[in-house]
Design a binder for this molecule. Structure first.
Ligand SMILES: Nc1ncnc2c1ncn2[C@@H]1O[C@H](COP(=O)(O)OP(=O)(O)OP(=O)(O)O)[C@@H](O)[C@H]1O
Ligand SMILES: [Mg+2]
Length: 461
């Protein structure tokens, strides 16, 4: 496309050059005719033969030149860069009455040739060729040659105006094409950045999902043996109770055992064992219950059966998340306050929603661990206008400046050190809440005033 524009522009340039040449040569022809008239006067007025020879030769040179120019202007001459007559108006001026320029120029040239060839005696002021040359040079020939020059100028100017317009049009086209190309390049660059980002997000999501699968797998593996211990504990307790009861009966009926047996009773501190053994079994049972609880929580947290939305209990999700984060919360000395209202189940993807709670509570811990006590995270739930539920995660951390707040949901925006934050937590959470659950995720924060993130999820009620 651009190649065509350049070719057009080159053509315009060539046309302009030709026009200039044509105008120059027709002007030159006019000048030559004047010059010849003057030389004719000299030829006629000079008496000396040798001098006359000089004027004859000069005249011959000029008349030849004038003829060459004339021929070139009409039929074209590559050596003079002349294309010949291209305009119908000029053709008419050359060949049709009233101007008949071609005929007049030829006649003029013929008269000059006749005068050059005239005999010495005929070279007088009364010579009819001489008179005709002087008349034509001062009068009709000059007028028609002027007419040709001005017609050439007129047509050239008109052509120039068209060419300028064309040039302007072409420049505009080029500018538009350049702008389009630039915006396409920018668009492509943006697409490339977006692609790179979504690639990283996919990797991140993939990592989270594999982590979830790993944790769920481990939980599943733990579940069986712990259940096994739990159910055996019931029999162990029963057997132990039976044995202790028999032992108790034995000591009751045989208060003075053999010395060897008495020594064993003493070593085993049998009275302490009576008391402590049931307690020990109780605490083993408590341990098993706790493990089972944790396993249940982990399984709940990393729910894998997520191809379709299911009714989700948000309180369970938040609780599981708090269990998973228990260690971090404890280490950072963070107190968690739960303010749960009665809320309905929400249709959604439990595992993904837990990931959001994890991001929000994780961010709050990140902030709180950098500052002095009290460190408090409040999780509040409520129903909003019977068609949505809202979860608030509030911390009493240092808050967020307006400048940072404007960017927190952008992928890869982080204020944390390189190895600590990837800046994906909130952008992924936003995607999960807004795109996957048609909800809203917002933030209210002022520097020094703590931070509140709120999630609103439709209940369809
Ligand atoms: N509770 C909060 N208090 C103050 N600033 C916060 C809070 N939550 C988020 N931010 C700000 O928002 C930024 C973006 O958070 P986001 O969770 O998206 O990324 P990150 O925590 O930096 O990294 P990642 O979560 O990927 O490990 C954080 O770097 C932090 O500056
Ligand atoms: Mg984060």
């Amino acid at each position: 496309m651009v190649q065509t524009y350049i070719e057009n522009l080159q053509e315009i340039q060539i046309t302009r050059e030709i026009n200039t040449t044509v105008i120059n040569i027709s002007g030159r022809q006019r000048m030559l005719s004047q010059r010849m008239a003057l030389l004719c006067v000299r030829l006629v007025c000079t008496q000396a033969r040798s001098e006359r020879e000089i004027w004859r030769n000069r005249l011959l040179d000029i008349v030849n030149l004038m003829e060459k120019c004339h021929q070139g202007l009409i039929y074209g001459d590559p050596s003079l860069n002349l294309p010949g007559i291209t305009s119908p108006v000029i053709r008419e001026m050359y060949f049709e009455p009233p101007l008949m320029v071609d005929q007049k120029v030829r006649q003029y040239i013929a008269k000059v040739r006749n005068l050059i060839e005239a005999s010495e005696v005929d070279l007088t002021l009364e010579n009819p060729y001489f008179c005709a040359i002087q008349k034509a040079a001062s009068d009709e020939l000059i007028d028609v040659l002027d007419a040709i020059v001005s017609q050439h100028e007129k047509e050239s100017n008109a052509q120039l105006t068209i060419l300028h317009k064309e040039q302007e049009y072409l420049y505009q086209k080029i500018a538009t094409a350049a702008a389009v190309a630039q915006s396409q390049a920018q668009h492509l660059e943006k697409l490339l950045i977006d692609l790179k980002r979504s690639q990283l997000q996919v990797i991140h999501a993939e990592k989270m999902s594999s982590l979830g699968q790993l944790v769920a797998g481990v939980a599943h593996e733990i579940n069986n043996p712990v259940n096994f211990i739990g159910s055996n504990l019931i029999f162990a307790r029963q057997y132990a109770q039976d044995l202790l009861r028999i032992l108790h009966l034995y000591t009751k009926h045989y208060p003075a055992p053999l010395p060897e047996l008495q020594a064993e009773f003493d070593t085993a501190e049998i009275d302490f064992l009576y008391n402590d053994f049931p307690k020990l079994l109780n605490s083993m049972q408590m341990g098993v219950d706790r493990i089972l609880n944790i396993v249940k929580t982990i399984k709940n947290f990393s729910r894998l059966d997520e191809s379709e939305k299911q009714p989700v209990n948000l309180h369970d999700g938040i609780d599981s998340t708090l269990v998973i984060l228990h260690h971090r919360l404890k280490n950072a000395g963070v107190e968690v306050v739960k303010e749960y209202r009665e809320i309905p189940l929400v249709d959604g993807y439990a595992g993904q929603l837990n990931q959001v709670f994890m991001n929000l509570i994780g961010n709050a811990i990140d902030v709180l661990e950098t500052q002095p006590e009290p460190r408090i995270i409040t999780v509040r739930t409520e129903v909003k206008e019977s068609s949505a539920v809202v979860v608030h995660v509030v911390d009493n951390g240092h808050g967020i400046t307006a400048e940072v707040k404007a960017q927190i949901f952008e992928p890869f925006f982080t204020t944390k050190p390189v190895n600590k934050g990837t800046g994906l937590g909130l952008s992924i959470s936003h995607k999960i809440i807004v795109e996957k659950h048609q909800g809203c995720l917002g933030c209210v924060s002022e520097p020094g005033q703590g931070t509140e993130f709120w999630i609103e999820l439709p209940t369809g009620g």
